[in-house]
Design a protein around this ligand. Structure first.
Ligand SMILES: [Zn+2]
Length: 88
């Protein structure tokens, strides 16, 4: 049970997000929102082209993530059917 909650702005996320984003992607796990399959991100099916990647669950084949690279070099990550991505 949470006994005390601080309300702060999004700058408070910088440390934990930097830590998460620096994790070795091959060690991450993913849970599918559609079929509930939980496993290594390395086991997913990726459809890739010059624009980006569509990441599909190897259990139900539905889309987990869409990763797009903008012409300007930015990267967009869209959570579709990924209920959770976790680091070790
Ligand atoms: Zn699935």
């Amino acid at each position: 049970m949470r006994t005390h909650v601080d309300h702060v702005d999004g700058n408070a996320l910088a440390g934990v997000l930097a830590e998460f984003m620096s994790a070795d992607a091959s060690t991450l796990t993913v849970t599918c929102r559609h079929c509930g399959l939980h496993g290594d991100l390395a086991e997913v099916v990726v459809e890739r082209d010059d624009v980006g990647s569509i990441v599909r669950c190897h259990g139900c084949e539905r889309t987990l993530l869409v990763i797009l690279r903008d012409a300007g070099g930015g990267i967009r990550l869209r959570f579709e059917g990924a209920a959770e991505i976790a680091s070790a």
